[in-house]
Design a protein around this ligand. Structure first.
Ligand code: C2E
Ligand code: CA
Ligand code: CA
Length: 624
């Protein structure tokens, strides 16, 4: 069969494999290389024997064409065959006799041709062999390069794994590893057996250590705490009481100055508490930083499995709630998670969200309770009281939502709105022909702390066209007495505007009459509890009378709150109280009801409405 001559152009020279022709016969040696070259091979020729062996060794041919006509029989031929086999070099044997063919096949040569041969075919076959040899070698090399790469990658991923699970500073497992460990412990097929206590440890005032001694010192303290905690786990005396019961324990640095500790086993709550105490004790031991003694302190929150979380995530969240509770209580102590902690936080958040929404939608409103003069029974003013009509829960008492709004700061905006609304209401009563009277508005401490209250008040008065002397701002005794010089300054600034100031809830806090002198107040409101108490014991009555006398000497008016009965009213009169408010006249009322009250009572007797209008408790604050 005719084999087409290979096209030289098609084969790039650089890729030309080397073919070694082992041949004694001069014709073959003359023509061989030419034919090989035409087949795209680099041809070299060597006579059988040492020269051929050297060529195999040094030139590393891709194929050896062994011409048996060279009569290199026996050991010489076998040596060449062996040299080729050792290097995986394919042999194309050219044989003259049946015996030679037999021998070649038995020797495992790659291909055999019988003489007389067509050199074109021979070189073509040689090229095939050389190319496949080359491909095979490339494959082997690629394979081993791949193996090397795989093993490098495996090593790198092992390092990375170690890196992402270990905290560099303390060499403890990090948060990620800790979470996985806790989850694995909880998911163990046999279950963790007993209890798992998840302790969250957070250093107190760690920022101060950093600020006072520098970051490096801070790091040194953290490393020290880390090793103290891991000593706790790896023996030591931590589990002295529960060692026989604590089966698993692990410690980790979760972030910054926060560590996690997991202890599992048949541990009662009392034993977990004992461990918490020991951990805090261990941590608070002295640490030397650059020759300076530092005494770290930490707070600790504990959540327990089962019952307080089904995963690391949940347990950590709950132990954080407990930790915050420990911090709130002053730090340096531990706290167990209680559902009530979460419920409280959740309820507050929910309430704040709803309150914000209601406030934006204008669902808050004011009620006004009349303020009467004891002597004449005349209405001399009104106290604005905030109301929230919750879309689902109905009316919510101010004391149930104001403290939350104070915590979140929302009360600053709401308080501003109350001030504006009350002043506008007063304006509209005056415009309707009622004689001017006082408007009392309650203030929250957060409004005072803002610092811009005097400006806000001045603007509100200006906008509503209300004389400053008609506005009375009420501040709870408990808040004011604890106030610093700054707040007292604010009160003075308000006073300078001409606004009246009143001390609310007098008698509920640590009433210190001596303090009254320091406060720029115009009146004090005696709390209802005092009014009630005085009816039950003579002592309270005597104190109330003394307070009134003392206040009058300081030029402070006295107002009694929550007066419900004639008997109570009579008593106030005896004490010398100036004004009063209470259900005896009216509960806090809607503006229209208040206006009709003004029509009916001013300037006449307040008792006119008594009886018919006194509300039942749940009507309080609603319709008159
Ligand atoms: P407060 O300033 O001491 O207000 C007097 C409270 O006594 C009002 O409760 C009023 O409804 C109630 N009261 C009036 N007369 C009687 C009575 O004869 N008997 C009884 N048992 N109670 C009477 P309210 O409206 O529930 O307000 C509670 C507290 O919420 C207020 O106490 C005040 O501290 C606060 N508050 C109300 N509105 C505001 C406001 O706009 N801003 C601020 N910061 N606090 C407010
Ligand atoms: Ca008040
Ligand atoms: Ca009060």
């Amino acid at each position: 069969m005719e084999v087409p001559e290979p096209l030289r152009e098609e084969i790039p020279r650089v890729e030309r494999p080397l073919a070694l022709l082992v041949c004694r016969d001069t014709g073959g040696r003359r023509w061989g290389p030419r034919w090989l070259e035409r087949a795209g091979l680099e041809g070299i020729v060597a006579p059988p024997g040492r020269e051929a062996l050297r060529a195999i060794e040094l030139r590393d041919p891709g194929v050896v064409i062994f011409d048996s006509a060279s009569r290199a029989g026996g050991r010489g031929r076998d040596k060449i065959y062996q040299a080729c086999t050792a290097r995986d070099v394919p042999i194309l044997a050219i044989c003259a006799t049946e015996k030679q063919i037999q021998h070649a096949l038995e020797s495992g040569v790659a291909d055999v041709m019988r003489r007389p041969i067509d050199w074109r075919i021979a070189s073509h076959r040689a090229r095939r062999l050389a190319r496949s040899h080359l491909s095979m070698r490339e494959l082997v090399e690629a394979r081993s390069a791949l193996d090397r790469a795989i093993s490098l990658a495996a090593q790198a991923s092992l390092d990375r794994e170690r890196q992402i699970n270990i905290d560099r500073l303390t060499r403890l497992p990090n948060g990620r590893a800790f979470r996985r460990l806790v989850d694995r412990t909880l998911a163990a097929p046999s279950g963790p057996r007993g209890t798992v206590g998840l302790f969250l440890v957070d250093l107190d005032r760690f920022g101060a250590i950093n600020a006072n001694y520098g970051r490096e010192a801070g790091d040194a303290v953290l490393a020290r705490i880390g090793s103290r905690l891991s000593e706790c786990v790896t023996g030591g005396d931590l589990f002295a009481l529960g060692r026989r019961r604590a089966r698993t324990a692990a410690v980790a640095r979760l972030e910054n100055d926060r560590f996690g500790l997991m202890v599992g086993g048949a541990l009662a709550t009392e034993e977990l508490a004992e461990i918490a105490r020991k951990v805090l004790e261990r941590i608070s031991a002295r640490v030397e930083v650059d020759g300076v003694a530092v005494y770290p302190s930490a707070s600790l929150g504990v959540a327990r499995w089962p019952g307080e979380g089904r995963s690391a995530e949940e347990l950590l969240r709950h132990s954080e709630t407990a930790l915050l509770d420990a911090k709130r209580r002053g730090g340096g102590l531990f706290s167990f998670y209680r559902r009530s902690l979460d419920e409280l936080a959740g309820q507050k958040l929910e309430l704040d969200t709803q309150l914000r929404r209601s406030f934006e939608r204008g669902e808050l409103f004011l009620r006004y309770q009349p303020l009467l003069e004891v002597k004449s029974g005349r209405v001399v003013g009104a106290e604005a009281l905030l109301r929230w009509d919750h879309p689902e829960r109905g009316e919510i008492a101010p004391l149930d939502f104001i403290p939350v709004a104070e915590e979140t700061g929302l009360m600053v905006s709401i308080g501003g709105w109350v001030l504006e609304t009350a002043c506008r209401q007063l304006r509209s009563w005056i415009d309707a022909g009622h004689p001017p009277m006082r408007m009392a508005v309650n203030l929250s401490l957060c409004q005072l702390r803002r610092g811009d209250l005097p400006q806000t008040v001045a603007k509100v008065l200006r906008d509503a066209g209300i004389e400053a002397g008609l506005l009375e701002l009420e501040l709870s005794e408990r808040g004011v007495l604890r106030q610093d010089a700054d707040s007292i300054g604010q009160l003075r600034a308000l006073k300078a505007l001409g606004v009246r100031l009143s001390l609310d809830d007098f008698g509920t806090g640590d009433s210190v009459i001596a303090h009254l002198r320091r406060l720029p107040i115009d009146s004090l409101k005696i709390d209802r509890s005092f009014v009630v108490g005085a009816s039950e014991n003579e002592q309270d009555a005597a104190i109330a009378a003394a307070i009134t006398a003392m206040a009058h000497r300081l030029d402070i008016a006295v107002i009694a709150e929550g007066v419900e009965s004639d008997e109570e009213l009579g008593r106030l009169r005896d004490w010398g109280c100036d004004e009063y408010q209470g259900f005896i006249c009216s509960p806090p009322a809607a503006p229209e009801a208040f206006a009709s009250l003004l029509n009916g009572t001013s300037p006449g007797s307040p008792r006119q409405l008594e009886g018919e209008t006194r509300p039942t408790p749940d009507e309080t604050g609603r319709e008159l």
